[in-house]
Design a protein around this ligand. Structure first.
Ligand SMILES: [Ca+2]
Ligand SMILES: [Ca+2]
Length: 355
């Protein structure tokens, strides 16, 4: 074993953890001579001492417990990288809004291992004592996060709560949940951007859908007309559950059919900031009400006025959809937040126009 090569590895691993360095050294101990190990240790120490503080440290997974509760959720570290967003014209069942494909580069971030559950969402909407329930319209101009108004009817739509995915909230409510979560945890949570969502869902897969879709996803063919407790199917290569299926997931962006034409051929950290309009926003991944062939990484579904069709209130709720039982979300958190997303909050208010 050459002394030089592993020393470079130590340098790489220095951006990781002491455990990673330990693993590297154990490998050296098993395969190298005593002298090599001593050389490695001194070289490694010299290299470490010479390095500036690591910046883009690969984030480590962690568990967040919502303060004031026993409710927790897991965050998975997603490495930065470049991927092809969207689908090729040859992909079966694809829609025009999935192209042209864009070469997207992203920085590392964390994303929820599962969809947000009712146990979690309830802490914001109904349980916690942070924020005042000021009625539908809340959000206003105060930094305090208002609790949602009560839903029209059962917010869980009869599917049950607990570890079931929270659903039928608006994109505004999902964004406000993230803002509340940021305030109570001190960490900047937000919705994943549409690009981050697709990158996380693909986890390196460049095809239309996982070869093992049946093992990974609840869809119309196996869900028996109900969402399921999160994380009960198999995860993807990043260790993320239910990216496809179960509930479809809100993303941060404002939807446009021609969005990718604006970004192509290459984009770094692309995001289309939402406005004060209620619609349209992209949801991703499909859900328990869609046939398996609709569950493709690149498939986009925009929110629509029909999702609040039966809401008799005037104006309609900005927190709950009466006719979108299929939509939920998961949270994300940037390792090094991009400037245009820092402190961004939903601008939707009860006077907001539909679009
Ligand atoms: Ca999902
Ligand atoms: Ca679509």
């Amino acid at each position: 074993m050459a002394v030089g090569a592993p020393a470079v590895s130590i340098c790489d691993q220095a951006a990781g953890s002491p455990q990673a360095l330990g693993r590297r050294l154990r490998i050296s101990l098993e395969s190298g001579s005593y002298l090599t190990v001593v050389s490695l240790l001194s070289l490694g120490a010299a290299v470490l001492a010479a390095q500036p503080a690591p910046k883009a440290v690969p984030a480590a997974a962690y568990t967040e417990t919502i303060p004031g509760s026993k409710v927790s959720f897991d965050m998975v570290a997603v490495p930065g990288g470049t991927f092809t967003m969207g689908s090729p014209a040859s992909e079966a069942g694809r829609d025009a809004d999935e192209g042209p494909q864009v070469e997207v580069t992203l920085k590392p971030f964390w994303i929820g291992k599962t969809e947000v559950t009712w146990d979690e969402f309830d802490q914001f909407a109904f349980v916690g004592n942070t924020g005042a329930r000021t009625g539908d319209g809340g959000a206003g101009d105060s930094d305090a996060v208002s609790k949602p108004s009560r839903a029209y009817g059962d917010e869980a739509k009869g599917y049950g709560k607990g570890k079931m995915p929270a659903l039928a909230m608006t994109q505004h409510a999902a964004m406000e949940y993230c803002r509340w979560l940021s305030q109570v945890t001190g960490k900047a949570y937000r919705l994943p951007t549409e690009a981050e969502w697709e990158y996380a869902a693909r986890a390196g897969d460049t095809t239309a859908r996982p070869a093992t879709l049946e093992e990974q996803a609840w869809h119309a063919g196996n869900a028996k007309e109900t969402p399921h407790i999160v994380g009960t199917k198999k995860p993807n290569a990043f260790g993320l559950y239910d990216m496809l299926g179960n509930v479809a997931e809100w993303t941060f962006d404002l939807y446009a059919e021609n969005r990718y034409a604006q970004w192509a051929p290459k984009a770094t950290q692309p995001v289309a900031l939402p406005t004060d309009k209620r619609y349209p926003h992209p949801t991703r991944g499909g859900s328990f009400i869609e046939a398996a062939d609709k569950l493709r990484f690149a498939n986009r579904q925009a929110s629509h006025e029909d999702w609040s069709q039966r809401d008799p209130q005037v104006p309609q709720s900005i927190y709950w959809h009466t006719d979108a039982d299929h939509v939920g979300f998961r949270v994300a958190r940037a390792l090094d937040e991009q400037a245009n997303l820092k402190g961004f909050k939903s601008k939707v208010i009860k006077e907001s126009a539909d679009r």
